[in-house]
Design a protein around this ligand. Structure first.
Ligand code: PFF
Length: 449
């Protein structure tokens, strides 16, 4: 006998878990750095449009398939059709999603490990342990192995406890803490010299840049990564959602929270860059463009914290705690994808599945650490630039063309009886079938060019 399937016990629990998956390093680190490297507010405008125009409809496809199938991504996509070929291709797509989620987790674990190092370094600095601080902020292989192992262990611990006692309990605790911390940090940074300059760059768009293909493609990739799309995370969270909740409302709420927190994080990072500039840190390249390197957070923030005097250590502690929390609520959702598949398809107990799969993914993280120069960037590009949008297209197509129409509409009606009067009901089924895949493919094609 297999164990009964987990389910989120409350609406709040689901929202915290799904928003927790969406809100992560991609929001607090990726979005502000991409905004900086893509010229500021123009990127913010395009990102907002694409998040609601492309990512929200694709998120809905995952939620509705997941809740209908009440299963992991492989079983869910495979079960949408009785035709052997379509069913096989669905299972293959699901499996590709599982592999992609696992690969994303393998590099995410390394980056999250860096957050833990800087968190620990704020502590050792406070205690005057200079050698330890230096080691923690170095890029040594040993440091990366240790910090990734710590982060992988935390993820594994939460996932082995299941849906309610693991995912829901920890997301509900960690997400509010994250939002509170973020707001406190913004309040502090905005009182500093230089912050207003950063706000201007962030909020006043140069509209002539809005149609640049590279900007559009980056914004689409960012929106897909940020909403955890294409790899079955949202599908499996949807499968744990009760039939009493309205899917379009839940999906909209998760999208608004995700976009809102990315926007809020920008209010911290961009002003912080200009505050750092006041303290003598270089934030522009030779051509005068803002530096948007992925490690800008490490270049800009630690000196900023230092410049705050003794309080800086506490602010650093708060910030890197926030980053670690955000990463953890995302990493648990990634690990849930292969774990749910293994538990349901191979009838293995959850802790055993979590241990074996978590261990294997950590082995991939080690491989990336040992071959950092060649593999790290390659895996990030492969999974986020190519696999996620492509998988998103197939999931939209399965939702629009393979999912039986009456079953799809019935699923949408669960939890929202008046849905037939909404704009969503009139537009979305056709939109997800034709327009959304075409738009994603068009942007994808632009990126190849
Ligand atoms: N949405 C997460 C972030 O913005 O950091 C990253 C992510 C989580 C991607 C879960 C994919 C995934 F399945």
């Amino acid at each position: 006998m297999s164990a009964p399937r987990g389910q989120f016990s409350t609406k709040f629990g689901f929202i915290m878990a799904a928003a927790g998956s969406a809100v992560g390093l991609g929001n607090i680190w990726g979005f502000p750095t991409q905004t900086a490297s893509n010229g500021g507010a123009a990127f913010v405008v395009v990102y907002f449009v694409l998040a609601f125009l492309l990512a929200y409809p694709a998120l809905m496809a995952e939620l509705v398939i997941g809740r209908h199938a009440r299963a992991n991504i492989v079983t869910a996509l495979g079960g949408l059709s009785d035709k052997p070929a379509a069913s096989l291709f669905g299972r293959f797509t699901g499996f590709y999603g599982v592999i992609t989620a696992s690969l994303i987790l393998s590099f995410y674990t390394i980056v999250a490990g860096w957050m833990i190092c800087y968190l620990a370094a704020a502590g050792t600095d406070l205690l005057g342990q200079d050698q330890a601080t230096q080691w923690l902020t170095s890029m040594s292989t040993e440091r990366n192995l240790l910090s990734s192992a710590v982060f992988a262990g935390l993820t594994l611990y939460i996932i082995s406890s299941g849906v309610q006692d693991g995912i829901e309990k920890w997301s509900s605790r960690l997400m509010p803490a994250l939002i509170g911390l973020l707001l406190l940090l913004i309040a502090y940074v905005l009182t500093q010299k230089g912050a207003m300059e950063g706000l201007k760059v962030y909020l006043l768009p140069d509209l002539s840049r809005v149609f640049e293909p590279t900007l559009i493609v980056s914004a689409m990739g960012q929106a897909f990564f940020s909403l955890s799309l294409g790899v079955g995370t949202m599908l499996v969270y949807g499968s744990y959602l009760s039939k009493e909740e309205s899917l379009p409302r839940m999906g909209a709420l998760v999208t608004v929270i995700d976009v809102g927190i990315a926007f809020t994080a920008g209010l911290l990072i961009l002003p912080a860059m200009f505050v750092a500039q006041e303290a003598g840190i270089t934030i522009t390249d030779a051509a005068g463009n803002l530096i948007g390197d992925s490690d800008i957070v490490f270049q800009v923030l630690p000196p900023l914290f230092d410049s705050m005097g003794p309080a800086g250590n506490f602010v650093a502690l708060a910030f890197f705690t926030l980053m670690t929390i955000a990463a953890l609520t995302s990493s648990i959702s990634m690990l849930e994808v292969p774990v749910s598949m293994t538990v349901e398809r191979f009838n293995v107990s959850r802790p055993v599945a979590a241990l074996v799969i978590g261990g294997s993914i950590f082995a991939i993280s080690c491989l990336l650490i040992f071959n950092f120069g060649t593999l790290f960037g390659f895996v990030i590009d492969l999974t986020t630039k190519y696999s996620q949008p492509l998988l998103g297209v197939v999931i939209c197509l399965y939702c629009g063309w393979i999912f039986k129409r009456h079953a799809l509409l019935k699923e949408l009606q669960e939890g929202q009886e008046d849905i037939a009067q909404t704009l969503f009901w009139k537009i979305w089924p056709l939109y997800v079938k034709i327009i959304c895949p075409l738009l994603i493919l068009a942007a994808f094609w632009l990126s190849l060019g």
